[in-house]
Design a protein around this ligand. Structure first.
Ligand code: ATP
Length: 365
């Protein structure tokens, strides 16, 4: 088990900077997600932590020891590439034993270790089977077994469930998280799937174009997105954004948007310039008394809720409302937003003017 500290980590490939001055801390025993769109630098970051790629600058500490320029063999980290990458000519027991054999461990100790791992993973009955004929789930368990058997300080996983269909993926992600909870080993997990990151992670780093946009627990990131990028990337459907230009004078508690007045959190009373008003679909309600009117363009029924797409003067807004509410396409409806849930961003920088970190500290104009 290990704490991993990343300080100003940077990686250049020629003239291209894949990772720009990243800093964050992964606590001992955490299930930690590196999240972001394709090409944002997640895999490069993971490979630098594992020692498969050396950083251009910056530092990596594993349990207090600086390892930035040390080779893989001196870091004691298991890298789980694709869970299906097994040695096809070996059986399950031989696949799991392999890393221990390479370390020169005695036969008796290997046998005891493999038995222990097989029991944790629930695969005792398939130890003698060739891996070729195994089901997808069992192959995945064997691949995991091979990684955990040597008890490394930490696990690095790069989109391990990426190739699986939705149902199987959900089952394996639950199994993986349960396994982590039993073993408590620090795990760093790369994904581009925000839902997977929110469901599985203790903490999430959101990356974009090689930079860390935000770092925190899933709820912090969902409730207090630090940037427009994070607000847009996290949540499905994502946050609604309405642009407006103007000034919120000191003491104002409301802003006007298309003639309709909205309440705003008290800390935003000094904001001015080109601003973006963000509200999540579940915080938009249909309100007959509101003068902010839009026309329903589409309705997506989801069982207990429905996503209603509404065209307004400021653009399209999505509302997540109870499925019990009767609405129809073409209907005009009034919209209301809960002021406590509104986020306002500076349009040019994309930075949230009010975030959990800078609550009440407005440094804008
Ligand atoms: P994906 O999910 O698509 O793998 P990612 O966020 O993991 O995306 P990386 O694989 O870290 O992204 O790549 C970040 C950027 O660095 C990409 O633009 C990629 O093309 C570039 N890159 C990665 N490895 C190399 C390399 N060895 N040489 C040159 N460029 C590279």
């Amino acid at each position: 088990m290990a704490q991993i500290i990343i300080k100003n980590l940077r990686k250049d490939f020629g003239n291209f900077t894949a990772v720009k001055a990243s800093s964050f801390t992964i606590e001992d025993g955490e299930f930690f997600m590196l999240l972001g769109p394709s090409g944002c630098g997640k895999t490069t970051t993971l490979r630098m932590i594992a020692g498969l790629e050396l950083p251009t600058s910056g530092e990596i500490f594993i349990d207090g020891e600086e390892v930035s320029q040390k080779p893989v063999s001196q870091r004691d980290i298991a890298f789980v590439f694709q869970m299906f990458a097994l040695y096809p000519h070996l059986n399950v027991r031989q696949n799991i034993s392999y890393p221990l054999k390479s370390q020169g461990m005695s036969k008796a100790n290997i046998s005891a270790k493999v038995a222990e791992v097989a029991q944790i993973l629930g695969i005792e009955d398939i130890l003698k089977k060739p891996v070729g004929g195994l089901s997808g789930g069992d192959r995945q368990r064997v691949a995991l077994g091979r990684a955990i058997v040597r008890e490394p300080k930490a696990f690095m996983m790069d989109e391990p469930l990426g190739a699986l269909d939705a149902e199987f993926r959900e089952r394996m992600s639950e199994e993986l998280r349960a396994l982590h909870d039993r073993m408590g080993a620090t795990t760093v997990y790369v994904t581009h799937d925000q839902l997977e990151a929110m469901q599985m992670g203790d903490k999430i780093v959101v990356m974009n174009h090689g930079s860390v946009e935000q770092f925190g627990v899933p709820q912090q990131i969902y409730d207090w997105p630090a940037t427009l990028f994070v607000a847009d990337f996290i949540g499905s459907p994502s946050m609604n954004f309405l642009e407006f230009s103007g000034e919120i004078s000191k003491g104002d508690t409301q802003v006007a948007l298309s003639r309709q007045v909205f309440g705003i959190p008290a800390q935003l009373q000094n904001a001015k310039g080109d601003l973006v008003f963000g509200v999540r679909p579940e915080h938009v309600s249909l309100d007959d008394n509101s003068e902010y009117i839009g026309e329903i363009m589409a309705i997506e029924y989801l069982g207990t809720t429905q996503i209603v797409t509404i065209k307004t003067l400021n653009g399209v807004i999505k509302a997540r409302i109870s499925a019990a509410k009767i609405v129809e396409v073409g209907q005009n409806v009034g919209l209301a937003f809960d002021p406590q849930t509104i986020t306002i961003f500076d349009k040019a920088s994309g930075v949230a003017l009010l975030s959990e970190a800078n609550k009440g500290v407005l440094d804008h104009g």
